[in-house]
Design a protein around this ligand. Structure first.
Ligand SMILES: Cc1cc2nc3c(=O)[nH]c(=O)nc-3n(C[C@H](O)[C@H](O)[C@H](O)COP(=O)(O)O)c2cc1C
Length: 171
């Protein structure tokens, strides 16, 4: 069984879990880190972890889950997907949090792009986002002010196919 465990503040990391699952023909079990089920994780053969980037850092709770649960994760061929607007730089965020000793056991790792659902953002988030966009001008000046997405659909499909292959070879 594949479990996709994600942590999502505004829903896009959860959405990508559902997209990955659609490539896996709905065979994965989706789990929110906020409602973790350890018995289900124990039964998994493959675990996929999804986390967003906020203010230049990977999601702290998921980072700490990964660091504290290596004996659970390593035998279950675990993989990671990162959700963030700076898709091409995702490895610099990963290597800022995890050293080689930990990363050597991760089977697949990918940066899949990110999304902003503007009506969901707090005032503080909008402010910090405008500072972010001055340093890294990713969000175009003329953009839809309800939603902006730069997901890489091709990368999502490739990632899902690698997970399907991992599961097929680990059974
Ligand atoms: C306040 C704020 C800060 C952000 N900082 C970064 C960042 O430093 N780097 C990045 O790549 N994306 C950044 N993002 C984009 C998020 O990673 C992106 O919106 C992601 O899809 C959020 O995932 P979620 O919807 O699951 O919470 C930021 C978004 C917000 C709202």
């Amino acid at each position: 069984m594949i479990v996709i465990l994600y942590h999502s503040r505004h829903g896009s990391t959860a959405k990508i879990a559902r997209v990955i699952n659609s490539y896996l023909e709905g065979k994965a079990y989706l789990m929110d880190l906020e409602a973790i089920e350890y018995e289900k994780l124990d039964c998994a053969t493959t675990i996929v972890l999804g986390m967003p980037i906020y203010n230049g850092k990977l999601d702290e709770e998921m980072v700490s889950f990964i660091k504290c649960n290596q004996p659970l994760l390593i035998p279950r061929h675990y993989s990671i997907y990162i959700v963030g607007l700076q898709a091409s730089e995702f490895m610099s965020f990963v290597s800022a949090e995890f050293d080689y000793q930990l990363l050597k056991d991760v089977k697949v790792i990918a940066g899949l792009g990110g999304a902003l659902y503007f009506p969901k953002l707090s005032l503080a988030e909008r402010l910090s986002l405008s500072v972010f966009n001055k340093r890294y001008p990713i969000i175009p000046k003329a953009h839809d002010n309800t939603i902006y997405e730069n997901f890489n659909n091709e990368e999502i499909e490739i990632f899902a196919k690698k997970i399907a292959h991992l599961e097929a070879t680990s059974r």
